[in-house]
Design a protein around this ligand. Structure first.
Ligand SMILES: [Zn+2]
Length: 213
């Protein structure tokens, strides 16, 4: 089953229709992953929210965005900044991130490149997932202000890239007022100490906490 959605390209102005998969029919879950990836049915939404203009190749997420033709035609855009990601949902999300970054919309850029990483997780393409997480870190460093939610995700992103030392470094001298965040951070540090690069959910975190009682 699928659904057809109409969009207008923010680069060349072409109106187009795109077929997207139907909403997941799985029962709603409770536990997010440590990098904030939601459970079903929202988990599969990343496959419904990515659009590519058939005319010029500009990629858009659910929100409209404008871009110049030179940007979309550039080698950097086509090659995902030299990362040469295989064409598809992952590369297109990476490009959504590039366009948002160019507009200085870092929050949207972060949301887009982490979705690119999730796509490569789903396709067991670790090398390209690591490239997308590397981009997440690069963008995260551009964030202004004290965003503890983004910091918690960043700690997970470092770990999922195998950059274990940087997990501790990113959290040094940080204190989180709420207990849940402190527990997640502590669990994240334990995983990094164990050289564990796998995806983990909040359920795994709670199981460890409950086991310690
Ligand atoms: Zn277009």
């Amino acid at each position: 089953m699928s659904e057809t959605i109409s969009r207008t390209c923010g680069c060349c102005g072409t109106a187009f229709h795109q077929t997207v998969p139907d909403k997941s029919s799985e029962k709603p879950g409770f536990f997010y992953d440590l990098d904030n990836r939601p459970p079903e049915p929202a988990r599969s939404e990343l496959y419904r929210q990515i659009f590519r203009c058939p005319e010029c190749g500009f990629c858009m997420g659910p929100k409209d965005r404008k871009a110049a033709r030179e940007f979309v035609d550039s080698e950097a855009y086509k090659s995902c900044e030299g990362n040469d990601l295989p064409e598809g949902v992952g590369a297109d999300y990476y490009r959504v991130g590039m366009a948002a970054e160019q507009d200085n919309d870092i929050q949207t850029a972060l949301a887009a490149v982490i979705r690119a990483a999730w796509f490569f997780d789903d396709t067991d393409d670790d090398a390209n997932a690591v490239k997308c997480r590397g981009k997440y870190i690069e963008l995260f460093k551009k964030l202004r202000g004290n965003d503890s939610g983004a910091l918690v995700v960043a700690a997970d992103v470092y770990r999922r890239c195998g950059r274990y030392g940087e997990v501790a470094e990113s959290l040094k001298n940080r204190w989180f007022p709420d207990r849940l965040t402190r527990q997640i951070i502590e669990y994240e540090a334990q995983l990094a100490d164990a050289d564990d690069r796998a995806a983990h959910s909040l359920k795994d975190c709670f199981d460890v906490i409950d086991g310690d009682k």
